[in-house]
Design a protein around this ligand. Structure first.
Ligand SMILES: Cc1cc2nc3c(=O)[nH]c(=O)nc-3n(C[C@H](O)[C@H](O)[C@H](O)COP(=O)(O)OP(=O)(O)OC[C@H]3O[C@@H](n4cnc5c(N)ncnc54)[C@H](O)[C@@H]3O)c2cc1C
Length: 371
């Protein structure tokens, strides 16, 4: 007996933001049938949240904070969720004392035990800095902006823990992402829209993927089922090197082990996230979920992050070797005109959630012209 193949217009691999936005748009606007294949046992990609055994809403793959300057992205996602205003705050624990991060006037005043006025900060920092001729790496950049002492305290060891490399070994762009402020603004982000989905990310995704034209297959690696499916176009959001069976080599990622603990107390720490910047503390940061999600409960669940080179692929390591390999894989994708490669893994590129939503909407607009 010959088995009938399942028939779809589109097969999408991966139910993170890239896959979910495209599935939603294709089913809603183009009225096409979509099969979404996800190897994990849940939708929502790395943004996945769920209630733990203590009734606390946790983010399984580390804390995810939504923020954007794009009204297009915010308006689009508002179709699927109500929002709760949330401005993220981070403190750094250095030698057992807490300091606001990103570095601002309050951080500098406390660290040097002085009271600077806002208009004195830049001059003070200038005096801390040595004249650097060339900015070749992250250490050069930070030392040229805030001087050696603040660099040693807040960047050097923390960066090493996070990336397994010192700032001197990383491109300037890595540490440049974190702003340095001369005012008292202690918010981690300054984006126009800073909100969390009121019922969480999984609920947002459920609503996004509710169109009956979308079928979802969970717990399946697409390679194990793709031969039984007939489709017109493939959208691939999994790892680029895996698509090609690693035949040119492996792209390297930094991974994280998340260790969750519940405490029988209302509050664990002073802010939603505390970065542990000293090397003698083995983890990078502790997040307290309730302080991010706004949940009220008698107990609290925290997440400690231990960075490592082994484990799930989280942060693409952008160095010369990987960029060269990426270039080779990208060249190979050109031969697959019927496949769209999009997302954090398929493009080997770090995207914030709003950035990948914007990218998926753009890719959809392009696609819509062809259908
Ligand atoms: C630790 C961490 C913290 C973050 N915090 C924030 C934050 O605070 N704010 C923010 O804006 N962004 C944050 N991000 C970024 C955010 O997670 C990404 O923007 C988002 O995950 C990108 O979506 P994506 O669809 O490209 O990838 P993903 O969410 O990773 O989705 C890809 C999906 O493809 C599936 N898949 C892979 N291979 C296969 C296969 N062979 N078969 C079937 N399915 C497959 C995977 O299981 C996954 O579900 C964070 C990322 C990490 C790693």
């Amino acid at each position: 007996m010959v088995l009938q193949k399942m028939k779809y217009d589109f097969v999408i691999v991966g139910a993170g933001f890239a896959g979910a936005v495209l599935a939603e748009r294709i089913s809603e606007v183009l009225k096409k049938r979509v099969l979404l294949i996800e190897k994990r046992d849940h939708i929502c990609g790395n943004c996945y949240d769920e209630y733990d055994e203590y009734g606390i809403l946790i983010h399984k793959y580390g804390p995810h904070i939504f923020h954007t300057n794009s009204s297009t992205v915010f308006k689009y996602l508002s179709n699927f969720t109500e929002w709760r205003k949330y401005e993220h705050k981070v403190l750094a624990k250095y030698n057992n004392e807490l300091f606001p991060i990103p570095i601002n006037r309050l951080t500098i005043s406390k660290f040097f035990n002085i009271n600077l006025a806002e208009n004195e900060v830049e001059l003070f920092l200038k005096k801390q800095c040595e004249q650097t001729q060339k900015i070749d790496n992250s250490e050069d950049y930070v030392v040229s902006r805030i001087g050696q002492k603040l660099f040693d305290a807040f960047y050097k060891e923390y960066t090493y823990k996070q990336w397994g490399k010192y700032p001197a070994e990383l491109s300037a762009s890595v540490c440049r992402r974190l702003p340095i402020r001369s005012n008292d603004d202690s918010r981690y982000f300054t984006d126009k829209f800073q909100y969390m989905p009121a019922e969480g990310f999984s609920s947002l995704f459920k609503s996004m993927l509710s169109n009956p034209k979308i079928d979802i297959m969970l717990g399946k690696d697409y390679k194990s089922v793709i031969e039984n499916i007939s489709y017109k176009k493939l959208i691939y959001t999994g790892p680029l090197d895996y698509y090609f069976d690693y035949n040119l080599g492996k792209l390297n990622y930094r991974s994280i082990e998340f260790v969750l603990q519940n405490y029988k107390k209302v509050s664990f720490q002073e802010s939603p996230v505390v970065n542990y910047v000293n090397k003698y503390v083995p983890f990078t940061r502790i997040s307290e979920f309730k302080k991010i999600t706004g949940q009220f409960a008698d107990t609290t669940t925290i997440c400690k992050e231990f960075a490592s080179n082994k484990g799930e692929e989280y942060y693409p390591i952008i160095d010369a070797e990987n960029l060269q390999l990426l270039k080779k894989y990208k060249k190979k994708t050109r031969r697959f005109a019927n496949t769209i490669f999009i997302g954090r893994l398929a493009e080997f590129k770090y995207y914030n959630m709003d950035q990948i939503v914007a990218r998926a909407l753009k890719v959809f607009n392009h696609l819509a012209e062809q259908f």
